[in-house]
Design a protein around this ligand. Structure first.
Ligand SMILES: Cc1cc2nc3c(=O)[nH]c(=O)nc-3n(C[C@H](O)[C@H](O)[C@H](O)COP(=O)(O)O)c2cc1C
Length: 374
């Protein structure tokens, strides 16, 4: 009996060969926002490794909306071709390919995490010669001490960013992506609008839940209007802020209802990040610690969800799907450790040897297995 994890799933006009998704993971390896051979190999190996859907890392919709100088971008037509090459290869391996779009808001202008992750200096340069740029946010409040105070977005800024998301979505169509995911989690701009901890506005874009949701929903509508009808749209949320006065699960369920009405297909349920690294580890993190969020959103808002966070074992992933807690399983760091995780999961669950592996590898492994069996 095939398992859910290894069964195809249809989302609008797209059919994924299984329900394993590679979670978006920034590589901080782009130059001027352009993808290069590192990205080709990074995403290509996950497709070779059997994933149903590979989601390319958070990609800035404007240069100002990047997290670091190494982030991918899609604010310029010149950034399309290197991504198109990756789409072509990934799809040729039988995987779907998605792209996550982001505006980093007040979390932008930082060093790469593996260089320390500190805010870049607004005057002068850091040890690597990099300098900051002014950031934008719903309200002029720094994410933490030592970080720049972002500019409070004017209505003209809101218009420009909304248009930038739609323009980037158009370029994602041109590049050949099957799925688009909007990043409304982890303390980036759209999450900053949603959370009462970062949105202190008194105009129509702040205040009560409807006001705080207004701009993210406008972005969703602007993107949905240009993203083809037959292609699925995902939104990643931080389902809870984990901080007093911050977003709670009920807020996210209400947001998910509105996302569904706006034509979103999948809510990708992560958590945390609104106050940056200072909040890391506030919630006990064990296997599948965010799965209850995916379940609540799925049950209460009636929308498909993706579970993510410390899902490392095929049986664990299958149990989440079988219990109806989520529709898709996202794998992050486990895929960095083992890009062939989906192929191994298939073998563990279905016991079909190497028949479903790419023949360039599977043919040899089948024969080696016979030798080892003696
Ligand atoms: C290197 C790295 C980069 C990441 N970049 C992103 C990103 O671009 N967008 C995002 O939403 N999450 C990002 N994340 C979070 C992952 O998508 C995922 O939610 C998280 O790692 C938890 O899943 P895991 O336990 O399977 O790794 C990143 C994680 C890692 C390890």
């Amino acid at each position: 009996m095939p398992h859910l994890l290894t069964s195809p799933v249809a989302l609008r006009g797209l059919t994924l060969r299984n329900r394993i998704v590679i979670s978006p993971m920034c590589q901080y390896s782009a130059t001027e926002g352009r993808a290069n051979d590192w990205h080709m190999v990074q995403y290509g190996r996950f497709a070779v490794g059997g994933a149903g859907l590979v989601i390319v890392e958070a990609t800035g919709v404007t240069a100002q909306g990047r997290g670091t100088h190494g982030d991918l971008g899609l604010w310029d037509d010149a950034q399309v071709a290197p991504l198109a090459r990756i789409c072509e290869f990934v799809k040729a391996q039988g995987a779907g390919i998605g792209l996550q779009l982001v505006h980093a808001g007040r979390k932008g202008a930082a060093q790469r995490p593996f260089h320390g992750g500190a805010p870049l200096p607004l005057t002068g340069v850091d040890a690597r010669g990099e300098t900051a740029w002014p950031t934008l946010a719903p309200s002029p409040v720094a994410i933490a001490e030592g970080w720049q105070v972002p500019g409070e977005m004017t209505l003209a800024d809101l218009d420009a960013v909304r248009v930038a998301f739609a323009d980037a979505a158009r370029r994602a169509v041109a590049a050949g992506f099957d799925v688009l995911e909007l990043h409304a989690a982890h303390g980036y701009l759209l999450h900053e609008f949603l959370s009462p901890l970062s949105n202190l506005r008194t105009d129509a874009y702040g205040g009560d839940a409807a006001g705080r949701m207004r701009f993210p929903l406008e972005v969703v509508s602007a993107v949905r209007a240009v993203w083809p009808e037959d292609r699925p749209l995902f939104v990643r949320v931080s389902a809870v802020d984990h901080i007093d006065g911050g977003l709670e699960l009920a807020d996210t369920v209400a947001f998910a209802h509105a996302l569904k009405a706006a034509g979103v297909d999948v809510v990708d349920c992560s958590s945390g990040g609104i106050l940056g690294a200072a909040t890391a580890g506030r919630v006990p993190r064990g296997p599948g610690f965010q799965v209850p969020y995916a379940q609540a959103v799925r049950d209460e808002a009636g929308i498909a969800t993706m579970a993510v966070g410390l899902i490392t074992d095929p049986a664990q992933a299958e149990a989440i799907l079988a219990a109806g807690q989520a529709d898709l399983i996202a794998i992050g760091r486990e895929a960095l450790d083992n890009p062939n995780w989906p192929l191994h999961a298939h073998r563990v669950l279905e016991g079909e040897g190497f028949a479903h592996w790419p023949p360039q590898h599977g043919w040899w492994l089948e024969r080696r297995a016979a030798l080892l069996r003696g």
